[in-house]
Design a protein around this ligand. Structure first.
Ligand SMILES: Nc1nc2c(c(=O)[nH]1)N=C([C@H](O)[C@H](O)COP(=O)(O)OP(=O)(O)OP(=O)(O)O)CN2
Ligand SMILES: [Zn+2]
Length: 148
């Protein structure tokens, strides 16, 4: 088995309802996401993907369409909190709002990212690991073995 990783960046705002620190205020991060999948490299001279677990380009398409293009330059709000109204107001004024059914912390974003990617991976390829940096010095990790 081999693990391969692709790295993505996106600029996203969030606001943490009821949080007892500065991140209760709407603010943004340059998120950096590491996506690691695993599988056996194809061993078939006739296959254009010979030697690859999966084409890096296919990982890029999945992660871009499921996460990066959706969350980039958007604000994530917890729709299960009074911030839903804040989101509605922003959306009415033309802003890009993503309503989450969770507090948009690094941890919960990782769960959401994992679910979205897993639903799109081809047979024989599995999600092994995710790392999401909120800042240069703060990040969360998702390991497949912790989440079976
Ligand atoms: N366990 C978590 N703690 C915090 C989260 C989170 O998602 N999970 N999020 C925040 C804030 O949104 C934001 O990320 C600030 O984090 P923090 O590391 O405290 O920010 P700094 O500006 O101090 O970051 P430096 O990189 O150290 O400058 C808060 N906590
Ligand atoms: Zn933050």
């Amino acid at each position: 088995m081999i693990r391969i990783t692709k790295i993505f960046t996106f600029e996203t705002a969030h606001v943490l309802y009821n949080y007892d620190g500065k991140c209760k205020n709407m603010h943004g991060h340059s998120y950096k996401l590491f996506v690691t999948v695993k599988g056996k490299p194809i061993n078939d001279i006739e296959n254009p993907k010979n030697g690859m677990v999966v084409d890096f380009g296919d990982i890029k398409s999945i992660v871009k369409s499921e996460i990066v293009d959706v969350w980039d330059h958007a604000v994530l709000v917890n729709a299960l909190s009074p911030h839903k109204e804040l989101g509605d107001d922003l959306e009415q004024k033309g802003h890009k709002v993503i309503y989450c059914s969770f507090q948009p912390t690094c941890e919960n974003m990782l769960y959401a990212i994992a679910a979205k990617i897993k639903s799109r991976l081809p047979e024989g390829i599995s999600l092994a690991y995710l790392k999401l940096h909120e800042t240069e010095n703060s990040y969360g990790e998702w390991f497949a073995e912790d989440n079976q």
